[in-house]
Design a protein around this ligand. Sequence first.
Ligand code: GLV
Length: 312
Amino acid sequence: MGQEVLVASRLYPPTLATLEQRFTCHHLWQAEDRTALLTSLAGRVRAIAVSGGVGADAAVMDALPGLEVIACFGVGVDAVDLAAAAARGIRVTNTPDVLSDEVADLTIGLMLATVRQIVTADRFVRAGRWLQGPLPLNRCLTGKTLGILGLGRIGREIAARAAAMKMQIAYHSRRPVADVPYRYLASPVALADVADVLVVITPGGSETRHIVDERVLAALGPEGTLINVARGSCVDQTALVRALVERRIAGAGLDVFEDEPQVPEALLSLDTVVLQPHQASGTVETRTAMGQLMVDNLIAWAEGRPLLTPVV
Ligand code: GLV
């Protein structure tokens, strides 16, 4: 058995099995007394494996003074205190690229499901309502403008798919992206103003907290649809629920929420909303690839090689 690794959260079981083949694992997420486990591992454990959603705070880093690396299962590392890690010289890895296609697929599915009312229509058929008459008409996506908030790796995959669906693509990022043919808008409000569908795919964290706020929702307007596959924190959820209930936007497709797995009660009865349990990367193939990349980062660290996908 090689080095010791603290497994700080529940992991995808096949990933855990791969990890356990190579490392001696200690399971913080199963510990009845977390403090006692951390104390017993202090000075011994130099690596953490954790899901991106759980991350690691400064207290865990301080409890493990020898800590060298935090390997995250997931691309988003907003739950890791990156400043605390940098201050202690702790490296952080994530799992970019291997999930971009999957998240982009779910985004397109969510957009179609919301705008074409696929889920509502399914309920309509199951309830026998088709026997009484046709489903009211819904709206077209061809030729409409998709506004992408955050044109990173996943945003580009969403854009490529939407362009193939003959949508117009516009985006806002911190700065214009050099090598894309899409229209750049200088602010989230300006983007929402031109968008028929606004997709949020920025990183989470303090910089993007409530990047979609009341003003952005007002700019999206009553014909506009919001899709969030980023983080719940990126959207002012209270403002969003209000806008949906008051029909000030047309609908929303949401894979993420501010306080997962809690979903605001008001959304559950709205036919204009499609709800997903944070599953954008959730296929066997992609979760396996993410797990392998996380483990490969830890093996690289253990063998003194450069990390494959370091965040800092
Ligand atoms: C999923 O939310 C991820 O960050 O990979």
